[in-house]
Ligand binder design. Sequence first.
Ligand code: IVH
Length: 668
Amino acid sequence: MSDPQKIIQELRERINYHNYRYYVLDDPEISDQDYDRIFRELENLEKKYPHLITPDSPTQRVGAPPLESFKTVTHNLPMLSLGNAFTEEEIIEFDRRLKRFLKDETDITYVAEPKLDGLAVELVYVDGIFYVGSTRGDGMTGEDVTQNLKTIKSIPLKLITKKIKKIPPRFEIRGEVYIGIKSFHELNRHQDEKDEPRFANPRNAAAGSLRQLDSSITAKRPLDIFCYGVGLVRGYSFNSQEELLKTLPHWGFKVNPHLQVCKNINDVMKYYHHIEKIREELDYEIDGIVIKVNEFALQERLGTISRSPRWALAYKFPPRQATTKVIDIRLQVGRTGAITPVAVMEPVSIAGVTVSRATLHNQDEIDKKDIRIGDTVLIQRAGDVIPEVVSVVKEKRPEKTVPFKIPSSCPVCGSKVVREEDEAVYRCLNLSCPAQLKKTIKHFASKRAMDIDGLGDKLVDKFVDEGIIGNVTDLYSLKANDLVPLERMGEKLALNIINAIEGSKERDLDRFLYALGIRHVGEHLAMILAEHYPNLEDLMDAQEDDLIQVNEIGPEVARSIVRFFSQRGNRDLIQRLKNMGIKLSAKRKKNGGTLQGKTIVFTGTLTQFTRSEAEKLAESLGAQISSSVSKKTDLVVVGSDPGSKYEKAKNLGISIIAEDAFKKIVES
Ligand code: IVH
């Protein structure tokens, strides 16, 4: 078989199938390596025959240029909301109401499903191909988040027709996009590492991720979906919710495994208690169950009232709350220096889990709720997330309590803590603060900073845990003999590490600046600063007014830099590093850059650079800029709304990258 179109088609089908085994059924048939191999094969062929790329190809899940804003989508059938019930009586009344309405006392069959705590979306398939996807919005119109939904691997880009060959020519399917609890914690760990704010809960994380204008960011978020309903369906009919939910997986959709058909309302009740029991074991958050009349014909007879169907109801779990007493308020210093007040409380059980600590977030939260040591408080647990204080029971406040204020020095190292003007958190800025030490050193040694080869995260943990280093400077006085006694450390490895540390003394100033981990100073700004202040001492003495004169440095960054260098501990550290022989001045070589000899064309609107900045940067790396695409073009960088140059580049099979990828090249 040598017809590339046929081979490409076959590869896509294999990938779609294995994707489905992995992401929907959670039951892969082949190894990750084999999957990667097939995927690369497809990528290579598509690169060779770009005219054969179609939007439903598995390679097209990522890579669309960022958008300026979302378009709106009007739902063909409104996306309704659900009435709520909290008690058994309300559920029994619901069932009676329906029987009265139907003028029939026969038991109604229901389908009961977990009520997922994410956000509702609609996916439209035309002739089996994923065409457009949108958020619920106000129920009538939502936002077009097609590109973002395409990055979710459990959403089929093309329906699978292995088992059920017939597919509806138009199929609107609805479901809940969510982030699992484990993935949520992992995501927050990544946020910490990048010094970016944590997400409050999985729902917020999912909503924020789905509403990114740049789908390459969404692609990095662990979004998932459960499908549970339909909108408009043409050319196919289902008789019941049960039939629908049993058909969906055959076409490649993920359906929640805990759904149940209930013969009567009594079975629904049993189901509710069952789900309440297993709730803690689920890896995603639910806040109750949804009850739906099974027969579609009956649903139709029942119809809707205002914005909710008469045939469905959410039966919510009671809120996971309890009252207890605050014994103490302690301060935790995070790895980024952020200081978080935590309430230590008399242990109390909430829905089977004993709780004795709750985050108080920050001073503003404490002030707003006026939480004091000795107070009795109402606390609440949302899913697996750390509990929080909802309110203070003021009547129970003992006499002589005082408002709580976060002290002005770090509880771990004693240095002064600061609060950025536009931030709620207090931070300890001392690089050598033991609470931040590991993170500081890992960042310092990392590839894009001082690039100390071999000194990875695990080794840093070990060095700090074993007391071999107590700050960044200690690295430079290490001898191979200090390392050899460590587990799994031979002489050769120890020597290599010492040599790598020694070699890092020669890094350029911009890398050193980046390595210091000054808040808001990433690689790009470090480069600009190093160019402007080739002598570190000048930068250390610069005032905010001087700094904001520098292109791209705004007041927030300027403030952060001045704050950093005003810390006595940080100045001492830099002095010691200098004494150790680290080069602290710059002369950047401009030539022989990564883009040497390449011809680059820019098209579309860039968001992170102006066009002329981008061109200058590319030139500084050795590239030649051209205004039109031809066979001689090596690379096309696309922003949003790219024009005909983008089409032409695709047709000619020229490498195309988004602005983010360009930024990465520039920064590397
Ligand atoms: S059915 C009319 N099924 O709950 C039917 N909704 O309050 C409404 N939800 O916007 C949708 N799990 O975001 C349905 N198994 C489930 C659900 C579910 C969560 C959400 C959905 C909807 C909201 C309605």
